[in-house]
Design a protein around this ligand. Structure first.
Ligand SMILES: [Ca+2]
Length: 174
């Protein structure tokens, strides 16, 4: 009985509550043959990037996303399609990362308003994950948020090579 009470009172009882909406191509299995990026993922800031669909390794399926950053001044990353959200909802953005060449890599949870402006971002990163490691970040949608995205990213001053797989956006409790 003591154990049961403990479990009911535990934060674990309020863990992620399920998918918000379908994040397209979350396992990076499909390639966009025009760009070489995973289908339904776009270059961060809309400019050309060294990111790519990769068959070099995978956590699930046969493919993943590869982020290569050899620049100490440019950032590289891929952003998911926007997923509709209700204001005030709390989401957890999660992805698995494996570093082939150590550097500073991160997952971002982003919220956007109706005008297409980013109104929230929060990240979780690693520089040491040499085998598949989950990165997860939680945040609450601001009152004017209408959509959310997940961004896999290597910052402007960071360099390195990393594989990403199994992205998700889930409803969560803060
Ligand atoms: Ca995959």
């Amino acid at each position: 009985m003591t154990l049961l009470v403990y479990l009911l009172a535990s934060p674990l009882a309020y863990a992620a509550a399920g998918p918000v909406d379908s994040l397209p191509n979350p396992s990076f299995e499909r390639v966009d043959e025009k760009t070489g990026y995973p289908q339904d993922w776009e270059s961060v800031w809309g400019r050309p990037t060294t990111c790519a669909y990769s068959l070099a390794t995978a956590r699930t399926g046969i493919a993943c996303a590869l982020v290569t950053d050899h620049s100490e001044t440019d950032s590289h990353g891929l952003r998911s399609k926007r997923v509709a959200v209700a204001p005030g909802v709390t989401l957890a953005a999660s992805v698995y990362v494996k570093l082939a060449d150590p550097g500073g890599f991160a997952v971002y949870l982003e919220f956007w308003n109706a005008a297409g402006q980013r109104v929230f971002n929060r990240s979780s990163g690693t520089s040491a994950a040499t085998d598949w490691t989950q990165l997860s970040v939680t945040g609450k949608a601001p009152p004017d948020a209408e959509s959310a995205t997940l961004l896999i990213y290597c910052g402007s001053t960071s360099t390195g090579v990393a594989y990403f797989d199994d992205a998700s956006l889930m409803a969560a409790r803060e």
